[in-house]
Design a protein around this ligand. Structure first.
Ligand code: ZN
Length: 292
């Protein structure tokens, strides 16, 4: 396993981690500046942040600073109640592929969606199997376009607590079943994003990481699981502050040949988003060295 204790060469910052500084929204150009000042070489930005600043400006800043994108967040949300909704999702996902390509991202991360309407507060139905079928169909359709754009798609299995509203792919095994179904040749066009927050609890995790192999391991996201967790979405912990044995998972991933960035992705409304963002980044650097 690579030694992270001496530097932060392989640290990437998911830009949601410092989406806010002292509770105030921080524009993406300032996030980039703060990362560059600290010799952080990679980021993973969110589409809404890119849209707010404008894709041309962000593309220019990324190139100017020689930044890499460990991923682009995010595509997905494939489910809908009718053909028009499915088509709208597909169109939006094609735009996400185009943006990821413009920014030269390593992959487009997919949060696949679940019961339509649930995220807004009212699920249109309870048929999770239908949602899963729509997700597989949606990925199959997008994969053709993504292949032509040479943009790998990374399915991110989400913790089962999000099965109703954000993602009905909840384990590595499920994600890899879809990968094997749609890309049996392991061409590198389709794989997974392993986020320790979502998969750390899974008794099959090591076996599924081994099953994935280098070709399917497209991204590695880190943060920590706090006890207690007070919010299902926005109470992620800094690496080292919770119960996830992160180095163990990184060892498994790297044993397969993964040699990419370790991407810090922390949504923390009550804690880290209330801190000054430079201090948060400095803590990310420290913990990347000591707890990842
Ligand atoms: Zn993630």
């Amino acid at each position: 396993m690579r030694d992270f204790s001496q530097d932060h060469r392989w640290l990437s910052i998911n830009t949601a981690t410092i989406r806010k500084s002292k509770g105030v929204e921080l524009p993406l150009p300032q996030i980039i500046e703060a990362c560059v000042e600290r010799d952080i070489r990679a980021i993973s930005p969110w589409r809404d942040q890119v849209a707010a600043a404008g894709l041309p400006l962000i593309s220019r800043l990324v190139k100017q600073h020689g930044l890499e994108l460990s991923g682009y967040c995010r595509g997905g949300m494939f489910t809908a109640t009718d053909a028009g909704g499915l088509q709208a999702a597909h169109d939006d996902n094609r735009r996400a592929v185009d943006e990821a390509r413009e920014l030269n991202a390593k992959c487009l991360v997919l949060v696949v969606g679940a019961l339509p309407g649930a995220l807004a507060g009212k699920a249109a139905h309870k048929n999770l199997a239908l949602a899963r079928d729509q997700v597989t169909d949606g990925i199959a359709q997008l994969l053709e376009y993504a292949r032509s754009a040479e943009m790998p798609l990374a399915i991110e299995p989400l913790h089962p607590m999000y099965a109703a509203d954000r993602a009905c792919i909840n384990t590595m095994e499920q994600a890899l079943d879809v990968c094997d179904d749609l890309d049996p040749g392991k061409t590198g066009a389709l794989g997974v994003a392993v986020d320790v927050y979502h998969v750390w609890w899974d008794p099959k995790l090591q076996a599924q990481i081994e099953r994935a192999g280098k070709e399917r391991l497209l991204a590695f996201h880190v943060c920590d699981w706090l006890t207690p967790t007070t919010d299902m979405l926005n109470d992620r912990g800094m690496m080292g502050d919770g119960v996830i044995y992160i180095p163990q998972i990184r060892r498994w991933v790297e044993a397969q040949g993964f040699a990419g960035y370790s991407e810090v992705e922390i949504f923390s409304a009550a804690n880290w988003w209330q801190q000054e963002h430079g201090e948060t980044l400095d803590t990310c650097i420290q913990r990347h060295r000591s707890a990842v």
